[in-house]
Design a protein. Structure first.
Lengths: 365, 365
DNA sequence: CACCACGGGACAGAATCCTAG
DNA sequence: CCTAGGATTCTGTCCCGTGGT
């Protein structure tokens, strides 16, 4: 009864083996029934003020914490959301998953992160895990879009899902408008006088790269540029690096006067090539980076970049997921038709873009 | 009995409302008892091959997945580990948590990430959550070391815990040897002829910064440098930026000829100041960065940096945590005394260090 | 008598429904 | 109508006991 006894099995020095208190222990100590304890803790209906007080005291004295596993069983809900992505170590997505985590946390959900390394079997394993744990929702981020088995598994998993940077009509999707982004970049370069613009891109298995290349080629078509495809260099593995892609581009019979680099890793490699070849930015080659980072912001020279608000994307996606979860709990089938949000990008002008040295041949296009 | 009926509630097109199959359903369908199903799934003892086959068929047909919550109750284990850190969005820790996640995953554990924003109340909330969920372990990363309540909560949480970048004798700790790192940096600069070396550091609440400043001052003392403390600039908030710290340093009556920058964010700001003031690196100021990143690797000029293997740290820490968890399950109290691992750093020489312009006054120290 | 496969029941911790006062 | 106790439920695991070899 005295709350100031700090020895023994008091709150301090909990022995590892000590079983933690259950709701039954609390009920006994407070001299009430289990049901009453539950009611006090979840304040579902009114209980006698005195008993409520005794319960709260008992909870404090026993350092009682409800067991989530037991709650999960009854409530059929875990308050956990899986975040499945290719690589949690990719700094590009750091802000995104931070925003997701934060939003979930604000509603008392926890986020469990699963990296798949963009490997199909691990994607399937992650989905199976999500099912075993009966997670309340899934945030699925990027990765190749065309794996039929994975897409089928997502459809069958039976857990509300939102997808980020994936275009799938079955779920709510949240994508950056990379088509518009690459257009912004290309038009900025054209405005500076460039008519031959190269593109260095990672493999187009995942949506972001695919959409960018798509957007670029569409723009070329609109402008009547016929050899746009020749100027798009796809970097496949880590071996076939951005360094080589940049070199191939610059050794073309009629090399580009400007380059759009997709992804921060590639940008670094392109810059390395330029340094190695003794070429200057922007004098010998103008550069726009898709994606803003420390290198574009603080490098020398600072690189013009296309930027977008990943924090917003993550927050919106998580918010929508929570809506879906609530709707399902309510009993209604779900919450209306799927939505597909597209986020605009913006151009940050810096010193890496200048007029081409040889006053570009404008006859093309 | 026919397994080829694919309509209705078959695996494809699971309706959202459809309750997922339980072990009882499987038992009924296979015509065996619940216990037998359990034995087949966990292959604890031998069961009749025919019955086992029937069970496996039923599992496949019903698309049965065991319910973790129910397993947790009996097994008193969740196969989940909490990763508590200040900010999951900080790219500095991306590799670290990726390694932790990967190591846990290899042993079929899931990682739930919790950001605290380095706010005491949220740290306590994270620990409470870990207790509610009965996580099997905790990886605690960085954050201010001196919050008594937090440290008490870690001690009382009753869950095996390892700590990264925190020096706490009660747990296994895994720290980078920043004292050695800053020494490496300083000695490299001294070897190049610098005797006045400035330091720009974030607030020393957290261990990494504290250890670095400590190491620097210790070195100064050894060398008989008496005004080392004057050359250490602590940047507190985002307002009092690295830009200003660099400026203050360079406007000293006798400014340093070299600077050690702690943290990538600060490095960028120092470089910004240099550009704004029209000063060149390394001609007007040599720089060594503690921490390697894109900016140090690919910037212009590339910056000499102190680097370490965070992936290893994370992997080791997670591995040790798994050992502790196993040991506790085995019944033994724990697994021996706590360990405190320290990881060496290494210097990567790049072009940001040169001899000081005015052949340094060597009479000091 | 030892052994094995297997069924049946107790159990874990919390929520919720029913019912009696 | 409000309060609170008691029984029931959720899903798997583990142990015990039985019947057959």
């Amino acid at each position: 009864m005295t709350g100031d006894d700090k020895r023994g099995e008091g709150p301090t020095g909990r022995r590892p083996g000590a079983r933690s208190a259950t709701i039954k222990d609390v009920a006994e100590r407070a001299g009430v029934s289990i049901g009453t304890v539950s009611r006090v803790l979840n304040n579902t209906t009114r209980v006698n003020a005195q008993k409520a007080e005794r319960v709260r005291e008992a909870v404090a004295e026993l350092n009682y914490v409800p067991n989530m596993a037991a709650q999960n069983m009854r409530r059929k809900t875990t308050r956990m959301v899986a975040c499945i992505l290719t690589d949690i170590g990719n700094p590009l997505y750091a802000r995104l998953i931070a925003a997701v985590q934060r939003k979930l946390n604000d509603s008392d959900y926890s986020m469990v992160a699963m990296s798949t390394g963009n490997v199909e079997s691990r994607e399937l394993a992650a989905l199976a895990t999500a099912r075993r744990y009966r997670f309340d929702g899934i945030v699925y981020i990027t990765g190749s879009q065309d794996r039929a088995e994975v897409n089928a598994a997502i459809a069958e998993v039976g857990i509300p899902t939102v997808q980020i940077e994936r275009e799938k009509p079955d779920n709510d999707t949240f994508c950056v408008d990379h088509r518009q982004g690459v257009r912004l970049a290309a038009e900025h370069l054209r405005a500076a006088g460039h008519s031959r613009i190269g593109v260095v891109t990672p493999g187009i298995g995942a949506r972001p790269a695919a959409a960018r290349v798509d957007g670029f080629l569409a723009l070329c078509a609109e402008l009547g540029v016929t050899d746009g495809a020749d100027l798009v260099r796809q970097v496949q593995g880590p071996v076939d690096s951005g360094f080589n892609a940049a070199m191939a581009l610059m050794r073309l019979a009629s090399p580009p006067t400007a380059v759009i680099s997709l992804g921060s890793q590639l940008l670094a490699e392109v810059l390395q090539y330029m340094a190695a070849a003794g070429l200057a930015v922007p004098e010998d080659l103008s550069i726009v980076s898709i994606g803003d980072n420390e290198l574009t912001r603080f490098g020398n020279p600072p690189i013009s970049a296309i930027d977008w608000d990943f924090a917003r994307v993550g927050s919106d996606a998580a918010g929508r997921l929570l809506q879906r979860i609530d709707a399902r709990r309510g009993g209604g089938p779900d919450d209306g038709p799927t939505i597909a949000r597209l986020y605009e990008t913006r151009l940050i002008e810096r010193r890496s873009v200048a007029a081409p040295k040889a006053p570009g041949r404008l006859h093309r296009g």
